[in-house]
Design a protein around this ligand. Structure first.
Ligand SMILES: [Fe+2]
Length: 163
């Protein structure tokens, strides 16, 4: 009797995780109850802490005191995901010359493909915390500005500030 073939799950995808896997990773890290202790609650500027890192993956905890935001930016060749741990974040994106707004509260997140272009802000009272995952790790970003004809790239970004 011939042996029964072992079922295969196919490639693991660890080297090139899908956006859905990145969001699951962000949710997993966001569930750590110790995360708030990594940030100073009295800080007035946005801060980041690297939670884990490899050439293929980068995971950050970000703090967003009330009123803080980042610049319009893309993520180069990195796909990514983010999950709100506490507070509320507003994400602004642009699609075919139309502005889109997403409000994400604690427990909500989203993923994105490479070259995703967005702007994040905490427009509510109190500090927000969020976990961000990038694959591969962020190495290049580009900043954009709003012009009469839409978003225009303006400069090479800083992966330490354009998260
Ligand atoms: Fe970003």
């Amino acid at each position: 009797m011939a042996p029964t073939p072992t079922p295969t799950l196919g490639p693991s995808g660890i080297d090139q995780p899908s956006p859905a896997k990145l969001l699951r990773t962000a949710r997993l890290f966001a569930s750590d109850p110790a995360l708030p202790s990594l940030m100073d609650p009295d800080e007035e500027e946005s801060r980041w802490v690297e939670l884990d890192s490899s050439p293929e993956l980068q995971i950050w905890l970000l703090s967003w005191p009330a009123g803080t935001h980042n610049s319009w930016h893309d993520h180069g060749e990195s796909a990514g995901a983010f999950q709100v741990v506490s507070g509320t974040l507003l994400e602004q994106t642009s699609r075919k010359h139309r502005w889109e707004f997403r409000t994400l509260i604690a427990g909500e997140g989203r993923s994105f493909e490479e070259n995703h272009l967005h702007h994040l802000a905490n427009v509510r009272a109190g500090t927000a915390l969020s976990v961000h995952v990038y694959a591969p790790r962020l190495t290049t970003t580009t900043r954009y500005e709003i012009t009469p004809t839409g978003l225009q790239s303006t400069a090479a970004g800083n992966p330490r500030m354009d998260y």
